[in-house]
Ligand binder design. Structure first.
Ligand SMILES: Nc1ncnc2c1ncn2[C@@H]1O[C@H](COP(=O)(O)OP(=O)(O)OP(=O)(O)O)[C@@H](O)[C@H]1O
Ligand SMILES: [Mg+2]
Length: 151
C-alpha cells in the first residue's frame, strides 16, 4: 500500500491511489479508518466516501480496465472553541479519470427507484460537497464536520 503524505500549512494531507475495481471500495474504507482513528464522525465519513468510491468505479473512466482513482484526506482537529468544544473537520477528495457524466443528485426522482441514492446519502452525512473538473477528470470533494465537548 503506497500512501503519500503531502505536507501543507496547518496540517497534513494523505493521498493514495486505488485501482478502479469494485473490491477497492473496501480498501478505501480501510484507508480512511486507519487515518481517522478517534474521529467523532468516522461512520459518516465512511458511508459518504464509500458512495463516492463506488460512483467513481461505476460512472467514470476510472472503472475501466487499468483505470485508477485517487483519494486524499485531510483532518483538522482544532483544540477548543470558545464554548469549550473540540471542533473537527475532515475533507476528502476523490479524483477520477473523467467521462461524459457529471455528478448530480437526480431531481424529482421516483421514490421507488433502485438507484440515485448515493449522492443523497453523501448530502446527508457531509456538511457540504461539490465537484470540479471536466471530461478528462473530475474531483468530488466532501467536507465532514462536527463538534463535541472536550472529555
Ligand atoms: N464521479 C462521477 N462522475 C460522473 N458522474 C457521476 C459521478 N458520480 C455520480 N455521477 C452521476 O450522478 C448520478 C447520481 O449518482 P448517485 O450516486 O446519487 O446515484 P447512482 O450511482 O446512480 O445510484 P446509487 O448510488 O443509488 O447506487 C449517477 O447516476 C451518475 O450519472
Ligand atoms: Mg452512486
Amino acid at each position: 500500500m503506497f500512501v503519500e503524505l503531502v505536507e501543507e500549512e496547518g496540517g497534513d494531507r494523505w493521498r493514495r491511489e486505488f485501482a478502479g475495481a469494485p473490491e477497492e471500495a473496501r480498501e478505501v474504507r480501510r484507508f480512511l479508518r486507519s487515518l481517522l482513528e478517534g474521529c467523532a464522525f468516522l461512520d459518516d465519513v465512511l458511508l459518504g466516501v464509500d458512495e463516492l468510491a463506488v460512483n467513481t468505479i461505476r460512472h467514470t473512466r476510472s472503472g475501466r480496465p487499468g483505470g485508477k482513482f485517487v483519494v486524499e484526506v485531510r483532518w483538522w482537529h482544532e483544540p477548543q472553541d470558545e464554548a469549550g468544544r473540540k471542533n473537527e473537520k475532515v475533507v476528502v477528495w476523490v479524483r477520477d479519470e473523467g467521462g461524459p457524466h457529471e455528478p448530480a443528485i437526480p431531481s424529482g426522482g421516483d421514490e421507488f427507484a433502485e438507484n440515485g441514492r448515493g449522492l443523497l446519502t453523501l448530502a446527508c452525512t457531509a456538511e457540504n460537497w461539490g465537484w470540479f473538473g471536466d471530461e478528462s477528470g473530475r474531483t468530488v470533494c466532501a467536507v465532514f464536520a462536527g463538534c463535541r465537548p472536550i472529555p
